[in-house]
Design a protein around this ligand. Structure first.
Ligand code: SAH
Ligand code: SF4
Ligand code: F3S
Length: 448
């Protein structure tokens, strides 16, 4: 058990963007307390693992690391676990890893400072894992390293309870953040020069439903944020197809700052499997919604998540997923093999699809998606796109940025362009990266 007041910290982040933002919020709390960032895990007085439980592999990575650390743990280092695994395992982590000092759940990230004090004062192991998030002002002190793009949380938790998923248990119930608080944070970010804001939540488009008296649903919120002077780009992550409304589609069409990219996760192409997953839509309803979105926003790009090898999935049902992927032509697809999670309803079914079958299905979908993405990139050649210039590419020579539809683009240019929006004419591509050059100014035409 560590004794000294820590002066430096390091946070290792696993999992999704929500965890990345939570890390920034925790870093903000620590800076407020006077701690500074350490260069690596070894040199930190306070070490935090902000963990993920979504699939078995995500948990195993951290468990292995904590186990190894325990054996070599001699330094006066305070060690904590936060994030989804903290919620899934709570104090049982102390039994497994006696060298751990604290466990803080996803709804208690702003309690980090007080938990730390308690650990140092009582010299005991502390656990804090509330089921529900309470909005508070500490939420606004995120320490962001990126100066161009920012994540902003608008709703926490998930009430959807897909049968395979741990998130409703690790993030608790849906709690929307008051619109004034979101607008205030976004205004500050825009004033500080941020060009792109990604609104975060497990299901952003159920925003406001838990607070009907606010009279502010997701598309209403977007309207308010789009009005902030200087707001260039708004994105959102992630959405559940059932809550993608016509009003949202129209907001994407009508609000200049809304990027034309929608993550529209189908998960499976068979209605029987979708039902078993408790996704609350059929394949047909899903396809209808995609068609409506494409009618309202013709230049929209779509992303998806897919799970292969869900219990009882037959080859024919998998083929339906394959065909949907082929028909819809997503520009981005995250494809996963089903991983049974403790505490989820799907655990009551046998994980009956052999690993090699899951892997085979995974690879077939990935090969198809590669083909689709390459064709999409080929179609973009010769066209001009708005690119938000973020930094130099890894080679250090060309600048790197993203189009509104989330495509990575590199081109020649000087440092002064970083943080600006440029029109880039695409002439070639290599793997997933488009290569282009600065185009002549296009006036105020909205080119995407
Ligand atoms: N809220 C997001 C999902 C967050 S989890 C949404 O509904 O889209 C990200 C993705 O992980 C999910 O979309 C799903 O495809 C995948 N996933 C979740 N649980 C999983 C499990 N038990 N096994 C495999 N993949 C899973
Ligand atoms: Fe998980 Fe479903 Fe909620 Fe997404 S919507 S976080 S997949 S329960
Ligand atoms: Fe993982 Fe939790 Fe995100 S389980 S994917 S870190 S919400």
């Amino acid at each position: 058990m560590a004794m000294n007041e820590p002066k430096t910290y390091f946070i290792r982040t696993y999992g999704c963007q929500m965890n990345e933002l939570d890390t920034e919020i925790m870093a903000g709390q620590l800076h407020k307390k006077g701690l500074i960032a350490a260069s690596d895990e070894e040199n930190a007085d306070l070490l935090i693992f902000n963990t993920c439980s979504i699939r078995d592999l995500a948990e195993r990575k951290v468990m292995g690391k904590l186990g190894r650390m325990g054996r070599g743990h001699k330094r006066n280092q305070v060690i904590g676990v936060t994030g989804c695994m903290a919620m899934a395992k709570k104090e049982s982590l102390f039994r497994k890893f006696p060298h751990l000092d604290f466990v803080i759940g996803t709804n208690n990230i702003t309690d980090l400072g007080t938990v730390l004090d308690e650990v140092l004062y009582t010299k005991r192991q502390i656990v804090k894992t509330d089921d529900r998030f309470e909005e508070n002002l500490d939420y606004l002190v995120a320490k962001r390293d990126n100066k161009i793009k920012a994540f902003v949380s608008i709703i926490r938790g998930c009430d959807k309870f897909c049968t395979y998923c741990v998130v409703p248990y690790t993030r608790g119930q849906e709690v929307s953040r008051p619109p004034e608080s979101i607008v205030e944070e976004c205004k500050k970010l825009v004033d500080a020069g941020y060009k792109e804001i990604t609104l975060l939540g497990q299901n952003v488009n159920s925003y406001g439903k838990d607070q009907p008296e606010w009279n502010c649903l997701f598309h209403d919120l977007l309207g308010k944020l789009d009005k902030i002077p200087g707001m260039e780009r708004i994105r959102f992550m992630t959405s559940h197809p059932i809550d993608i409304t016509k009003e949202l589609m129209e907001a994407i069409r009508d609000l200049p700052s809304m990027c034309e990219f929608v993550h529209f996760p189908i998960q499976a192409g068979s209605s029987r499997i979708l039902k078993k997953m408790h996704r609350i839509y059929t394949k047909e309803q899903y396809l209808e919604k995609v068609a409506l979105l494409r009618e309202i926003v013709p230049n929209v790009s779509l992303g998806t998540d897919i799970i292969v090898g869900f219990p009882t999935e037959t080859e024919a049902e998998f083929q339906e997923t394959y065909d949907v992927l082929k028909d819809i032509r997503y520009s981005l697809a995250f494809i996963y093999a089903y991983s049974p999670r403790k505490g989820t309803p799907a655990m009551r079914w046998k994980d009956d699809i052999p690993e090699e079958v899951k892997l085979d299905r995974l690879q077939r979908l990935m090969a198809l998606q590669d083909e689709v993405s390459n064709e999409e990139r080929a179609r973009m050649l010769g066209n001009t796109y708005e690119v938000l210039v973020e930094r130099f590419n890894k080679d250090g020579k060309m600048l790197k940025g993203r189009t509104r539809c989330w495509k990575k683009v590199i081109f020649d240019g000087d440092e002064s362009l970083i943080g600006t929006l440029q029109q880039i004419k695409v002439h070639s591509f290599s793997h997933e990266t488009l290569i282009g050059e600065l185009a002549k100014p296009q006036g105020h035409l909205k080119v995407i």
